[in-house]
Design a protein around this ligand. Structure first.
Ligand SMILES: [Zn+2]
Length: 93
């Protein structure tokens, strides 16, 4: 492992993404969540990018941000729903 760089620490992701990146849980409603995230974040597939639940700093948490129509930053879903904080990290060479 090399350096890890924070790409974005203010991502707003849907609960399906949150469960997947936190626990690798795939909800029955979103069986293709991994593919959707890989499309939005090509680096995830090859391991160069990691999405993690919660913010980059210790004071942040993954508490819900509440209902939003903002497109999910993880999978690109435009369905309204609860959004949660997530962070994207780039794994250095
Ligand atoms: Zn999502």
């Amino acid at each position: 492992m090399g350096n890890v760089t924070v790409i974005a620490d203010d991502l707003s992701v849907c609960v399906d993404c949150l469960l997947f990146i936190a626990n690798c849980d795939v909800s029955e409603e979103r069986p293709g969540i991994a593919d959707d995230i890989a499309r939005e974040w090509p680096g995830v597939a090859d391991g160069s990018v990691t999405l993690v639940a919660g913010g980059a700093s210790d004071t942040d948490d993954s508490d819900g941000q509440g209902f939003s129509w903002h497109a999910c930053d993880g999978c690109g879903s435009t369905l309204g729903g609860d959004r949660h904080v997530a962070t994207a990290l780039r794994n250095g060479a």
